[in-house]
Design a protein around this ligand. Structure first.
Ligand SMILES: *Cc1c(COP(=O)(O)O)cnc(C)c1O
Length: 341
């Protein structure tokens, strides 16, 4: 298969149209068989549920080439399961797990020419999403839906290595207790845009959100979970019902325990204790781990010992091990790497 003529090392994190996308329609109470299509546009009624009441959910995973030349995806079963949780919360009909996995296979295989070569640092980002598409004006769930998967090649998240970022403690809240913070829905992002634009204007890379009820506990950023390392090399991540269960974070916890022999714990973490940690990182599919060098809490600076030039040593080990597992140079736990057949 001939790869597309793309300068893989220099593409950013933006949309590049590929040849195929997957679509299945839900109508009269059931999903149709689904198919690949070459048409990147969606025609919707002006009153579609997604446009009026934001009834839409999504997922994100990556397809990439391993060191031995296979095209694989990382733990797609967990994306399928999480999307089911999201669907249930927003009254979107569930797209079955087996069909989700089959659709990922089909759409990545069809766009194999867009899967960047091993070593380029680039990947094919895979974005499943589902939304209400028939007219809805009285507030209720739509009757008709689409489940789709688009793909787009994305560049290495960090060109020339991961430099630690600076984040601020946000005065905005991300998710309420018993709200929708634990699902992957566009609505959680729409309301984060004001805060992120404001953060950027003030010179910060990201917002640290605290729990909305007490504003004392660390939750997550707009799109990544926190991971901290204590001074005695223990990995800790916040536990909360209103954060999105990151697949990267869950994988890193397992890597810490089983590959690095470190203790790892999910527990409530107060803002107050953050100054005592040795390392801090943000985890998500896009970057795996972005190291955080500094957190600013209303003028008060918390600086992590590794500084602003490089990742902390434990963060670096976690990063190297998980990316090694993903790229096929380190043996993966059963089921983590799924080959595109
Ligand atoms: C997608 C997402 C993450 C990261 O999850 P991964 O499964 O690791 O990609 C973290 N927080 C939020 C709010 C997200 O939407």
């Amino acid at each position: 298969m001939e790869k597309k003529n793309i300068d893989w090392g220099n593409i950013g994190f933006g949309y590049i149209q590929t040849d195929y996308r997957y679509v299945s329609y839900f109508k009269d109470g059931k999903w149709d068989d689904g198919q690949l299509t070459e048409d990147p546009n969606i025609v919707l009624n002006e009153c579609a549920g997604v446009l009026q009441y934001a009834q839409t959910i999504f997922e994100g995973l990556k397809a990439y080439t391993t060191s031995d030349g296979r095209i694989v995806v990382f733990r797609p079963d967990l994306n399928a399961e999480r999307m089911i949780q999201s669907a249930e919360r927003l009254k979107i009909p569930v797209f079955p797990k087996e069909r989700f996995l089959d659709a990922v296979q089909k759409v990545v295989r069809a766009n194999a020419a867009y899967v960047p070569p091993y070593g380029s640092g680039a990947t094919l980002y895979v974005r499943p999403y589902s939304f209400g598409c028939n007219p809805v004006i009285g507030v209720k769930p739509a009757d008709e839906y689409q489940f789709r998967i688009l793909t787009t090649p994305v560049g290495p998240y960090f060109k020339g290595g991961a430099k630690p970022i600076t984040i601020r403690v946000s005065d905005f809240d991300r998710a309420a207790p018993h709200g929708t913070g634990h699902i992957k829905a566009g609505l959680n992002y729409a309301m984060s845009l004001f805060a992120i634009v404001d953060a950027h204007e003030q010179g910060y890379d990201e917002n640290m959100y605290l729990d909305a009820a007490t504003r004392t506990k660390v939750e997550e950023t707009g799109g990544a979970n926190f991971l901290f390392v204590t001074k005695d090399n223990k990995v800790v991540t916040p536990k909360s019902n209103s954060i999105l269960p990151s697949i990267t974070r869950r994988s890193l916890i397992q890597v810490a325990r089983e590959y690095l022999g470190l203790e790892a714990e999910e527990r409530e973490i107060t803002l107050e204790e953050v100054k005592d940690f040795a390392e801090c990182g943000l985890c998500g599919t896009a970057a795996v781990i972005s190291p955080v060098g500094k957190i600013v809490d209303h003028g008060k600076e918390i600086c992590f010992p590794a500084g602003m030039e490089k990742m902390g040593p434990v963060t670096q080990k976690l990063y190297d091990t998980l990316t090694g597992i993903q790229m096929g140079t380190i043996k993966a736990p059963e089921g983590w790497i799924v080959e595109i057949a």
